[in-house]
Design a protein around this ligand. Structure first.
Ligand code: GBH
Length: 497
């Protein structure tokens, strides 16, 4: 109800960032323009069989050429922040080799300046699944410690070029997902897995995800250290990391299932955050993996511990977890021995954990987001930003533009999650921002253009952007205010009073 959402609004701090999110590979296009080098997704998406609809991100939303128009869209929404990522190969076309591409620097300078002119704060991710293909070919990217120094070198260039205007930096987007899909299931590049299917290459999937993660963690630590020692004092920004965070509920009240939840949390989230905040891997991981788990050296430990200023959270869903270590159960897709032998499922006694969405992998569980935020507050006591939360729909050739515009489910999804966030804030959580995924329909990784997450519809023939109800509330304006914009404006009013 309106009263409820007004009440929710007054819970947000006046400096709160209400924003929309995208990532470079998913929206920019302009794959070889102005000196950009090729990254892992450029190569992968062009291999036949990689992407569900046989498409790629060569053009995507052509945001590279249309960013001015897209900033106008954001301005009309009333958001005060935009989360985007920098394409590593636009800045360094060859990875560590070769020189800086000034055209790449200029593009992001223009983007950042145009945002700031409209009062929109840039929230920048340095690597959102993409990295230079040359580093994969030269030495195996994330499996080699060399990547730590190369990522640090790239990040340093970004801080120097943009840090006078960018106050929110995230090193990686979802390294926990990349470690899993790049090195175990093999569905994301570099496509390493133990079996052989599709384009995946044989690797040791019981070991490599943990090795890659170790290098992600140390690369993050090196970059955070560089930012803090060389830039932070003068530039005054924050540096953090973004993890994919699924909320887990035990499928029963048994001790075994509750312990299985702890293992699932450890193997998804604490895996990255514990080392960066506390300087050690979670004990659940040590117990299960033993000597497979890489070890931090004494010098690593200097740069770890309190290695972030905020935690970025991508929250989409909650799942039930069932013990498979002490009891017998079938393994679900993606669930393995090393993930704590837990079967992850959205269904309990035939009842889904929340309303199912058109995406097989998630359910609408705003309560789970509240629980997640309170869990992270309790465990890490760091400022939090929800940097992705959103609703996906199936694209289909049979549907018209109009079919996508009255997206009441997306409106309800965003609204109910903002209400959940407000509850968490009232309970004391230090949440500083919320970003809807996504500003625009875009290239949804292995699913290509078969999914639509945007609050703006994109016609992939003309690249025309059209606001959905979730953006302008055109169809539901009489019953519901435009979710983001109204919460923004009210928050502004509250701040002034
Ligand atoms: C986020 O990942 C990404 O950061 C963003 O780029 C993306 O567009 C957005 O979500 C929407 O998906 O589970 O086997 O079906 C969320 C985590 C992991 C969810 C991979 C989809 C697909 C493979 N994603 N998963 S599967």
């Amino acid at each position: 109800s309106h009263r409820e959402s007004t009440e929710a609004v007054s819970s947000f701090p006046s400096e709160f960032l209400f924003g929309v999110a995208t990532s470079a590979y998913q929206v920019e296009g302009a794959v070889v323009n102005d000196g950009k080098g090729l990254n892992n997704w450029d190569i992968f998406s062009h291999k036949s069989g990689s992407i569900l609809d046989g498409t790629n991100g060569d053009v995507a939303d052509d945001h590279y050429h249309r960013y001015q128009e897209d900033i106008e869209l954001m301005h009309s929404l009333g958001v005060n922040s935009y989360r985007f990522s920098i394409s590593w190969t636009r800045i360094l076309p060859r990875g560590r080799f070769g020189s800086v591409n000034l055209a790449g620097i200029e593009f992001y300078n223009n983007l950042i300046d145009s945002l700031l002119q409209k009062g929109i704060q840039p929230f920048v991710t340095l690597s959102h699944y993409d990295f230079p293909q040359e580093l994969e070919d030269a030495y195996g990217s994330w499996l080699n410690p060399q990547i730590q120094e190369d990522f640090r070198y790239y990040a340093d260039i970004c801080f120097r070029a943009f840090g006078d205007r960018v106050k929110y930096w995230a090193t990686f987007n979802e390294p926990n997902i990349l470690a899993m899909h790049g090195y175990r299931t093999g569905i994301y590049p570099p496509c390493r897995c133990s079996g052989s299917f599709g384009n995946c290459t044989h690797g040791d999937s019981e070991v490599e995800p943990f090795l890659a993660a170790h290098n992600f963690i140390l690369a993050h630590a090196a970059v955070a250290d560089t930012y803090r020692t060389k830039y932070q004092k003068e530039q005054g920004g924050m540096i953090g990391l973004v993890v994919n965070a699924i909320w887990f509920e035990p499928i029963s009240n048994s001790t075994e299932d509750k312990l299985a939840v702890k293992r699932a949390q450890s193997f998804l989230i604490n895996w990255f955050l514990d080392p960066i905040v506390f300087g050690k891997y979670p004990s659940e991981m040590e117990d299960i993996l033993g000597s497979t788990l890489p070890v931090f050296s004494a010098s690593d430990l200097n740069s770890l511990r309190n290695g972030l200023d905020f935690i970025g959270v991508n929250f989409y869903s909650s799942l039930y977890v069932k013990d498979c270590l002490h009891s017998k159960c079938e393994k679900a897709m993606g669930s393995t021995r090393t993930e704590g032998s837990s079967l992850q499922t959205g269904i309990k006694d035939g009842v889904p954990i929340g309303e199912p969405t058109p995406m097989e992998w998630y359910y609408v569980t705003p309560q789970g987001m509240e629980s997640m935020v309170l869990y992270l507050k309790e465990r890490y006591n760091a400022p939090l930003f929800i940097v992705e939360n959103g609703y996906g729909e199936e694209n289909s050739a049979n549907k018209t533009v109009e079919d996508f515009l009255n997206d009441t489910k997306r409106v309800d999804f965003i609204s109910s999650h903002l209400d959940a966030l407000a509850r968490a804030i009232r309970k004391g959580a230090d949440v500083r921002g919320y970003f809807v995924w996504a500003l625009l329909d875009n290239f949804e990784w292995i699913f290509g253009y078969t999914k639509r997450f945007g609050i703006y519809h994109v016609d992939y023939k003309t690249l025309k952007r059209t606001p959905k109800a979730s953006a302008m509330c055109s169809a539901v304006a009489t019953t519901r205010p435009p979710v983001i914009a109204v919460k923004m404006n009210l928050a502004d009013t509250t701040a002034k009073i």
